[in-house]
Design a protein around this ligand. Structure first.
Ligand SMILES: Nc1ncnc2c1ncn2[C@@H]1O[C@H](COP(=O)(O)OP(=O)(O)OP(=O)(O)O)[C@@H](O)[C@H]1O
Ligand SMILES: [Mg+2]
Length: 415
């Protein structure tokens, strides 16, 4: 190549371009750096960073040049740009909101959906600390790269919008590592569940309302049966006795009056039982433990299922809403034992544990079906709801050996 001119080595148009940059370096005395296409040894066109720099200060300046072949780097860069574009397109077409954070938890990339959820433009969000928008302890761990890699299940958190209102979301965050295993940031996917939460809250409120209406209605019917129908039946009984006394001479009439009196007494007994089952008056007067004893005795008579009731000493009288809830839960639990378990026995225990009261309802039956029926009842749901209203919870353990319902109720007061 030595001794040859540009035009002898390169095609005319390229030679002209190269000559330009040499001229620039010669005239200004400054270094010129350009990314140029050059023809490589094998005849292919390559990408080069070309430096031209004056070697001497005398005129005309002698110009030196270095060309570094960056063809490969350029190819990788282009591919990366294409894959980033693809990635961007996927992220933008997803329904969920997505952001990618850098190691200092700043937003590196965010899609339109998430920007919409937050009430910002994408451009306003890039570069800002994620903590300004997300209130979530678990994601904070992910952001520090401390989250165990497999724990990216969606969980509830709150986003703070531009107008300072909050959005309930489900977020799943995953740390990102380089190929070398170094923490590089995090990616998080957000689902707006505000509407779902609102429906859920409405349902909870409705269930609570239904339960209290049901309790009120039971109490009303119980009182009417007890104070109305039962009183009338008692009066009929007295009248029948009087009639019996007046009919001493007629043996056949006396017999019929005796039978009618017996039927009236049975009906009166049934009405009383029904009334007490609907709402046991002793629950308020004598307390939960007496009411439970009374209920269990009748239950064993009706079902033949032997029930062991165990109340530990520390329990005593509890707040009336707690006593009512426990009574109703036991009632539903034992009715379930009779209807679903096939167990000949059941056990109820009530104990205090710290600031909680623990209620266990056990049976030795067949256990709950693995796949609950879609149309399955409202009994367990009602138990859960009663407990939720008291700030408590229900755990169910069920298997071949039977089923245990464990209710924990804080004594501190209602929610
Ligand atoms: N002690 C139990 N042993 C076995 N299965 C049970 C037991 N308790 C509940 N189950 C199962 O759980 C299901 C749901 O119970 P739940 O009390 O909610 O509804 P239900 O008793 O079917 O109807 P409802 O209580 O509304 O009259 C039952 O249908 C039954 O399959
Ligand atoms: Mg039930």
């Amino acid at each position: 190549m030595i001794g040859k001119s540009m035009t002898e080595i390169f095609p005319n148009d390229l030679a002209e371009k190269y000559r330009d940059s040499i001229r620039l370096a010669a005239e200004t005395g400054l270094d010129v750096q350009r990314l140029d296409g050059l023809i490589r040894g094998d005849g292919s066109m390559g990408s080069f960073i070309v430096y031209r720099f004056p070697i001497t200060e005398s005129h005309p300046r002698l110009i030196g040049g270095i060309a570094i072949d960056v063809t490969e780097q350029r190819r990788v860069e282009k591919e990366l740009a294409i894959s980033e574009e693809k990635y961007r397109r996927i992220v933008d077409t997803m329904h969920e909101g997505i952001w990618v954070l850098d190691t200092s938890s700043k937003i590196k990339l965010v899609n339109e959906q998430l920007a919409d959820m937050l009430g910002y433009d994408v451009d306003e969000l890039v570069g800002r600390p994620s903590g300004e928008f997300l209130v979530d302890d678990r994601s904070a761990l992910v952001l520090k790269g401390k989250n165990p890699k497999d724990d990216n299940r969606p969980h509830a958190a709150t986003l703070i919008r531009k107008d300072s209102t909050s959005v309930q979301i489900l977020v799943s965050a995953t740390p990102i590592y380089t190929d070398g295993g170094q923490y590089e940031g995090a990616l998080a996917i957000f689902m707006d569940v505000t509407e779902r939460m609102r429906t859920h809250e409405q349902l909870e409120r409705l269930t609570a309302k239904l339960l209290s209406l049901q309790d009120e209605e039971r109490r009303r019917i119980a009182r009417e049966l007890h104070d109305g129908t039962a009183q009338n039946l008692a009066a009929i009984g007295i009248n029948l006795s009087t009639l019996k006394q007046l009919s001493t001479s007629n043996g056949r009439l006396g017999k019929i009056l005796d039978q009618t009196r017996e039927l009236t007494d049975t009906a009166l007994q049934e009405i009383r039982t029904m009334s007490y089952l609907l709402h046991p008056p002793m629950l308020e007067e004598a307390g939960l433990v007496s009411a439970l004893h009374w209920f269990i005795d009748g239950y064993t008579d009706r079902t033949g299922i032997a029930v062991k009731l165990n109340v530990s000493d520390g329990v005593g009288r509890l707040a009336s809403e707690i006593e009512t809830a426990i009574y109703r839960i036991v009632q539903e639990g034992l009715n379930n034992v009779y209807r679903h378990s096939g167990s000949p026995v059941a056990g109820i225990s009530l104990e205090r544990k710290g600031a909680d009261v623990i209620l266990m309802i056990r049976d030795e039956g067949r256990g709950m079906p693995n796949t609950p029926r879609v149309d399955s009842g409202v009994g367990i749901r009602g138990m859960k709801e009663r407990l939720r209203l008291l700030g408590g919870k229900l755990d169910i353990v069920s298997g071949k050996g039977g089923t245990t319902f464990k209710s924990e109720i804080p004594l501190g007061g209602t929610k």
